[in-house]
Design a protein around this ligand. Structure first.
Ligand code: AMP
Ligand code: MG
Length: 405
């Protein structure tokens, strides 16, 4: 599915809104950081040779000729026998090569007694120790988190060039569905909320995409085709439902009527088996199953990596963790299963995975309670408690969505 996909075009974005984006070009610093040699401690700037041998019993006495705060400076050169009172971050005056921390000193009128020489030659951060001018400080392809935003700010990059966020069309299908503004029909008992419309939009945002909601299409080919046409121009098309073998499952047929392609259908997994994949209007199309759990599990496994590839991420898959099975599991069929689990701390260092309860693909609460998807291979069908398996943590989802809103 990822073969042939490239990151989208680049755009600029205000640094304040760059969290979660990926740099599309190298960033070169115009400045040295720190800009000048500066103190890493509050204390006294001195010449190392003047304080060597200082002890509490035989302190060295120096004349204090000035005080420099952070943001201030003195151009006065320190001569032998002199010291400058200095604060953390302030530029070290010419002639000084050490900052003696204030705890090792004692002030006496216009002079200072140095009690300890352990800081001789230390506590000066040299100019450019962090970043050198004309140096690449961040490479294209770097995902921007808090630390990267901080580095870009420090070198003056207020509008970084980043990959465009993928626009992801989301179309639900089904005569039984309504959006939340029609909730009275749900209360009336003959409709259900198209929870996929909301959950998939949230999942797209959390993955770094921009949802383009196309609402709900009825289960008939003509209205389905009309609704799907609105996906033209998007970078990824997600449909949910109508992709199985029911009498009113028209999604695949309509995709090909619109000139799309179907390159695979059905995956040996549970939940999520009736998955379709192809292209529509030149963009990848994923036909997610309608069952709410299946839709989110297949989103996680297939849609999220596509979105992250288009958004420029080098790492598109989550890292799995090794977990210990907290209870025996029986599989109903030899398919790879993705069971919803809560992870507890384990005594031997492996998290212990407990099922969130019944695992029906219609029970969305089994997903909302889960920390992770437990990956259970197709065989054996019976697995004892205590077995080691892999799990895909889901916890990045809620937290990243808050920042990407
Ligand atoms: P389908 O894949 O269309 O056969 O739908 C499978 C199941 O998922 C049915 O019980 C549908 O009612 C349900 N379903 C389909 N689409 C949605 C949706 N957008 N939101 C919530 N449930 C859905
Ligand atoms: Mg349906």
């Amino acid at each position: 599915m990822l073969a042939g996909l490239q990151p989208l075009s680049a755009e600029t974005v205000a640094l304040e809104h760059a969290l979660g984006r990926v740099l599309a070009g190298d960033v070169v610093s115009p400045i040295f950081l720190p800009p000048r040699d500066n103190a890493s401690m509050d204390g006294f700037a001195v010449r190392a040779a003047d304080v060597r041998g200082a002890t509490a019993e035989e302190p060295k006495q120096l004349r204090v000729i000035a005080t420099v705060a952070a943001g201030a400076a003195t151009s006065r050169e320190i001569a032998t026998g002199e010291a400058v009172r200095i604060m953390t971050g302030a530029p070290v005056p010419p002639g000084a090569d050490s900052v003696i921390r204030v705890e090792d000193t004692e002030s006496e009128g216009n002079s200072v007694l140095i009690h300890y020489d352990g800081d001789a030659g230390r506590n000066v951060r040299p100019r450019g120790e962090d970043v050198r001018a004309k140096q690449v400080v961040m490479r294209a392809g770097t995902p921007l988190g808090a630390a990267q935003v901080g580095v870009l700010a420090s070198v003056g990059c207020s509008v970084p060039v980043v990959y465009r966020r993928p626009r992801v069309a989301i179309l639900a299908t089904g005569d039984e569905l309504v959006m939340l503004d029609q909730f009275e029909h749900v209360l009336g008992g003959d409709r259900i909320v198209s929870s996929n419309s909301y959950a998939l939009a949230a999942a797209v945002r959390a993955a770094g995409g921009e949802p383009v909601p196309l609402g709900i299409a009825k289960d008939d080919p003509a209205t389905l085709a009309r609704s799907l046409r609105a996906a033209d121009g998007c970078d990824l098309v997600l449909t949910s439902g109508g992709v199985s073998v029911g009498d009113f499952d028209y999604t695949r047929a309509v995709v090909s009527t619109l000139g799309g392609t179907l390159s695979l259908w059905r995956v040996r997994m549970r939940p999520g088996a009736p998955l379709g994949f192809g292209t529509l209007f030149g963009a990848p199309w994923l036909g997610l199953p309608g069952n709410p759990v299946s839709a989110l599990v297949t989103f996680e496994l297939f849609a999220r990596p596509i979105i992250r590839t288009l958004a420029g991420y080098g790492r598109v898959h989550r890292r799995t963790v090794t977990v210990r099975l907290g209870e025996p599991v029986h599989l109903g069929a030899p398919l790879t299963h993705f069971l919803r689990v809560v992870l507890d701390d384990g005594a031997d260092g492996y998290p212990v995975a407990h099922l969130t309860g019944a695992q029906s693909s219609g029970m969305l609460t089994s997903m909302s309670a889960a920390d992770a998807l437990l990956i259970v291979p197709p065989e054996p069908l019976d697995i004892e408690a205590g077995a080691l398996l892999h799990a895909l943590p889901l916890d990045g989802m809620a937290s990243s969505s808050m920042f990407l809103a």
